[in-house]
Ligand binder design. Structure first.
Ligand SMILES: [Fe+2]
Ligand SMILES: [Fe+2]
Length: 283
């Protein structure tokens, strides 16, 4: 199902609704959002960190509007809230209504102590299974251990629900490794229906004109992508019958397209403008 209905709320939240009536799956709600680009400062931040956070946050005021204008995304005054407020609203809504939450990268604009502390505090109260994959706005190798956000650096993550499995891939450098592919093949062997979550989207036949115009920075299978990255996409195609959906972010505009017949990729648009995808899955 490719069409979505859009619902706007006074707090700037914009919900894009999708219905995926997959037989054999018990009805459930899964939320997807991405690209909140948090760049916060708090009482523990150094002067330099605070200055950088203020600079980047100001910069994102115009970047998000630029993406919205160039891709015909409507936005209101309420959607120009700060990234931290959007993140709280997005997560709060997803947790109150959803059975699981998937964040498809660029939750953080920068890897600061204030961001790690804020994420920790927000995620501590999350009562449904949640996953965030790494975006490209921070070096994955520099993400410290010991925080809830640390799981974003795992090459592969999973959320196992009763009748489906969500598999998150770290592809923030537009690279999928042989080890990740082997892990994916093992997970398929279990036979459960799958949702794939990643940051950088697959360039499909359908979205190629748009992604080519946006540039190779926005394409997982760019000209020159590694063999193992291309193999990852082949594995997805070969298992299209077992995949309910692919989720991605990174584009800052919404995109829905088929990776293969029956396998649809849903790219969530910018969370920093309050956008979130709501999937009603199953029957
Ligand atoms: Fe982004
Ligand atoms: Fe990105």
């Amino acid at each position: 199902m490719k069409t979505s209905n859009m619902q706007m709320f006074p707090n700037g939240l914009v919900i894009h609704h999708y219905m995926l009536p997959v037989p054999g799956i018990r009805k459930k709600i899964i939320y997807q959002f991405s690209d909140t680009h948090l760049c916060l400062a708090d009482d523990l931040s150094s002067e330099e960190e605070s200055r950088y956070a203020a600079e980047r946050s100001t910069k994102w005021l115009s970047i998000r509007e630029g993406f919205a204008r160039s891709h015909d995304q409507l936005y209101t005054e309420e959607q120009l809230l700060d990234a931290g407020t959007h993140f709280k609203n997005l997560l709060g809504h997803a947790v109150s209504d959803g059975d699981a939450v998937v964040m498809c990268g660029d939750v953080f604009e920068c890897l600061s102590g204030a961001n790690l502390r804020f994420y920790e505090e927000q995620m501590r109260n999350v009562t449904v299974p949640a996953m965030a994959v790494c975006g490209n706005h921070k070096p994955v190798g520099e993400i410290p251990d010991g925080y809830l956000f640390s799981s974003t650096k795992k090459p592969v993550q999973t959320i196992e629900l009763d009748d489906l499995i969500i598999i998150g891939f770290e592809n923030s450098r537009r690279e999928v490794t042989k080890e990740q592919n082997e892990c994916l093949l093992d997970l398929f062997k279990a036979g459960k229906p799958v949702i794939i979550a990643m940051h950088v989207p697959v360039m499909t036949e359908e979205n190629a004109p748009l992604l080519k115009e946006s540039g190779e920075y926005f394409q997982l299978n760019y000209d020159g992508a590694s063999e193992t990255t291309l193999e990852f996409i082949e594995i997805l195609k070969q298992h299209s019958g077992q995949i309910i959906a692919g989720f991605a972010g990174h584009l800052h505009y919404p995109n829905v397209s088929e990776i293969a017949p029956g396998l649809t990729q849903y790219v969530s648009t910018q969370g920093i403008l309050g956008n979130i995808n709501r999937f009603e899955i199953g029957v």
